[in-house]
Design a protein around this ligand. Structure first.
Ligand code: PAF
Length: 288
C-alpha cells in the first residue's frame, strides 16, 4: 500500500483507477486509528473497488487550548492497520500542501453548527468544513465515509456537500463500541484506568434516557436526569445532554416516531472531551 503526500499524486492514482472503471471511496481521518476507523474502510470497500484513507491532523479545527500539539500520532501503526483493513492508498499531506502561504478561504455551515458542540468549540466546525471540502475536492471520490460518533460533524458534511454541489456521496458508519459500550475514539487514550472505568457510564446514561424517551417520557426531564446521573458517576463536567432530531438537529420535546431523533452528550473526563450519541426508538444492539 502506497502513501502519497501531494494532491497531484493523489489525483494521478484516482484518475488511473477511474480509467479502469473502478469506483473510489475516501475515508478522511486524523490518524491515531482504532477499530472504528477500520470499520469505515470496510464500509468504503463495500461500496467501491478502491479505498483511499487520508491522514491529516487539521490545525484549523482545533481551538486555542485544545489538544492539537498533544494529538496522538502513530503513522507506522496507522499504515499497518489500514493495509490490513484493505485500504489501497494513504493520502498524508503536510500542512503546507493543505494550507500554502496565502490560503484565505473559509467554509461555514450555518444553523447546524450553532448547537451541541458548536458553542463549546468556536471555529471547530468551520475548520472541519474547510478541510473536508478540500479533501472531497482533492480526491474526487465517489463516496466519502465518516463515523456516526461525530453525528453533528456528519450532518455538517452532508449539508456542505449538498450546498456546494460536491458530487461525492457521503456515507455514515455506525459507532463502534468497546465491551462496556464506550464509543471508540482516538481521545480515549487520554483516560487513566480510573477515568476509563467511569467513561463506560456515558453510553449507559444516554441509552437509558433514549429508551425512556422512545416510550413517551418528556425529553427535558430525561436530559436533566441523565446529566445528574453522569455527575454522580464521576464525570468532571457535563457540556450537554440533549435530545434532538437526527437530521435538522432541532430540539425534541416528546418523541414522534415519524421524526428520527437521537440523544447527544458531551462530557469532560480528565484531559478527554468525550462525545457520544444514540438513536431514540431503535432497540439497543440494533442501533444504526
Ligand atoms: O473526524 C475526524 O477525524 C476529522 O474531523 C476529519 C473529518 C478527518 C476532518 O479533519
Amino acid at each position: 500500500m502506497e502513501t502519497v503526500s501531494t494532491v497531484a499524486a493523489l489525483r494521478t492514482r484516482v484518475r488511473a483507477w477511474r480509467g479502469a472503471g473502478e469506483r473510489i471511496a475516501l475515508v478522511p481521518t486524523m490518524g491515531a486509528l482504532h477499530a472504528g476507523h477500520l470499520s469505515l474502510v470496510v464500509l468504503g470497500r463495500a461500496h467501491a473497488e478502491r479505498v483511499v484513507a487520508s491522514i491529516f491532523v487539521n490545525p484549523s479545527q482545533f481551538g486555542a487550548g485544545e489538544d492539537l500539539a498533544a494529538y496522538p500520532r502513530d503513522d507506522a501503526r496507522d499504515a499497518a492497520m489500514l493495509e490490513q483493513a484493505g485500504c489501497d492508498l494513504i493520502f498524508a499531506p503536510g500542512r503546507a500542501e493543505m494550507y500554502p502561504p496565502g490560503f484565505a478561504t473559509g467554509v461555514r455551515v450555518a444553523g447546524l453548527t450553532d448547537c451541541l458542540c458548536g458553542p463549546a468549540r468556536p471555529g471547530h466546525f468551520e475548520g472541519v468544513a474547510q478541510v473536508v471540502t478540500k479533501l472531497l475536492n482533492q480526491a474526487g471520490a465517489d463516496f466519502a465515509v465518516f463515523g456516526e460518533k461525530d453525528w453533528q460533524q456528519l450532518a455538517v458534511i452532508r449539508r456542505l456537500a449538498r450546498d456546494l454541489d460536491i458530487p461525492t456521496e457521503i456515507l455514515g458508519g455506525p459507532v463502534v463500541r468497546e465491551a462496556d459500550g464506550l464509543a471508540m475514539s482516538s481521545r480515549n487514550r487520554y483516560l487513566d484506568p480510573a477515568q476509563r472505568a467511569v467513561a463506560g457510564g456515558l453510553n449507559k446514561a444516554i441509552f437509558a434516557a433514549a429508551g425512556r424517551i422512545a416510550r413517551g417520557a418528556p425529553a427535558a426531564a430525561e436530559m436533566a436526569a441523565a446529566a445528574a446521573a453522569l455527575r454522580a458517576a464521576g464525570f468532571d463536567e457535563i457540556d450537554y445532554v440533549e435530545c434532538r432530531e437526527a437530521d435538522s438537529l432541532a430540539p425534541v420535546g416528546t418523541f414522534d416516531a415519524a421524526r428520527p431523533a437521537r440523544v447527544f452528550a458531551a462530557v469532560q473526563l480528565g484531559r478527554a472531551r468525550l462525545i457520544d450519541n444514540v438513536p431514540v426508538g431503535v432497540p439497543v444492539g440494533m442501533a444504526p
